[in-house]
Write a protein that binds this ligand. Structure first.
Ligand code: DX5
Ligand code: ZN
Length: 217
C-alpha cells in the first residue's frame, strides 16, 4: 500500500485568508495544496487565476498542485510556471492537442498532470501516460465544491492497470470524505483531494478541526 497523500482544495477555504488557511492545513497534516482554477467556460463557475496562485505560493511549504478547469490551457502555462506551480494539471477534454499542452507544461519546468471528467473513459489518456506525473480522476463534474461523489472505482482500477510501473500518481478529486476515500484507495488512488471534508467545522481563528478532518480521511 503506497503512502496516501492528502491535498486540501482551497476552494473550500476562506477566500479572504488563503495564506493563513494554507499554513493551517499544512500544520494539520496536509501533504499538498490543491488550487482549483476555473474560467466560467470550461466549467460553469469562476474561481481565481495565476496571480492568486502566486500570492499563495510563499505559504505553501510542499507541493502546489494546480488544477486547471480552463480552456484553452496553453496561453496560461507560462503564467502558472511564474506563479510557482509544481504540478499543473490540464483536462484531456480542454483542447484538441493534449500532447502539445503536456509537453509545454514540462518544458516550462512543471510536472504535468492530466484530468478526466466523470464521463470520459480511461482510454482517453492511454496515449499520454508517458508524458504525465499524475492522472486526476474527477469524481464530480467539475465546477463546484461540496458535490456528491460519483463512483469511478472501475475507472480508477483500469487506470491503475494501464499505468503499470510508471511513476504516475492517481489523484481523486470531488466528494472525497471518510466514507468514499477507502474505496478509491482500494482501487489504486494515492492522492486524495478534499475540500469540504478538510475545511468543514474550522476556520483560521479555530483551525483545530482541520487535523481531525484530515486524519479521518
Ligand atoms: C471541483 C474541484 C474540486 C473540489 C473538491 O470542481 O476540482 O477540487 O473543490 O471539493 P470537495 O472535496 O468539496 O468535493
Ligand atoms: Zn480540483
Amino acid at each position: 500500500m503506497p503512502d496516501i497523500l492528502i491535498a486540501p482544495s482551497i476552494l473550500a477555504a476562506d477566500f479572504a485568508n488563503f495564506g493563513a488557511e494554507c499554513r493551517a492545513v499544512q500544520n494539520a497534516g496536509a501533504d499538498w495544496i490543491h488550487v482549483d482554477v476555473m474560467d466560467g467556460h470550461f466549467v460553469p463557475n469562476l474561481s481565481f487565476g495565476p496571480a492568486t496562485a502566486k500570492a499563495i505560493r510563499p505559504h505553501v511549504t510542499g507541493t502546489m498542485d494546480v488544477h486547471l478547469m480552463i480552456a484553452p490551457v496553453d496561453p496560461y502555462i507560462d503564467a502558472f510556471a511564474d506563479a510557482g506551480a509544481d504540478i499543473l494539471t490540464a483536462h484531456v477534454e480542454a483542447g484538441p492537442h493534449i500532447h502539445r499542452t503536456l509537453q509545454a507544461i514540462r518544458a516550462a519546468g512543471m510536472r504535468p498532470g492530466v484530468a478526466l471528467n466523470p464521463g470520459t473513459p480511461a482510454s482517453a489518456v492511454a496515449h499520454v501516460l508517458d508524458l504525465v506525473d499524475l492522472v486526476c480522476v474527477m469524481t464530480v463534474n467539475p465546477g463546484f465544491g461540496g458535490q456528491s461523489f460519483l463512483d469511478m472505482t472501475p475507472k480508477i482500477a483500469e487506470l491503475k492497470r494501464m499505468i503499470g510501473d510508471r511513476p504516475v500518481h492517481i489523484e481523486i478529486d470531488g466528494g472525497v470524505d471518510p466514507t468514499t476515500a477507502p474505496k478509491v484507495v482500494q482501487a489504486g488512488a494515492d492522492v486524495l483531494v478534499a475540500g469540504s471534508a478538510v475545511f468543514r467545522g474550522g476556520s483560521v481563528d479555530d483551525p483545530a478541526p482541520y487535523a481531525a478532518n484530515i486524519k479521518a480521511i
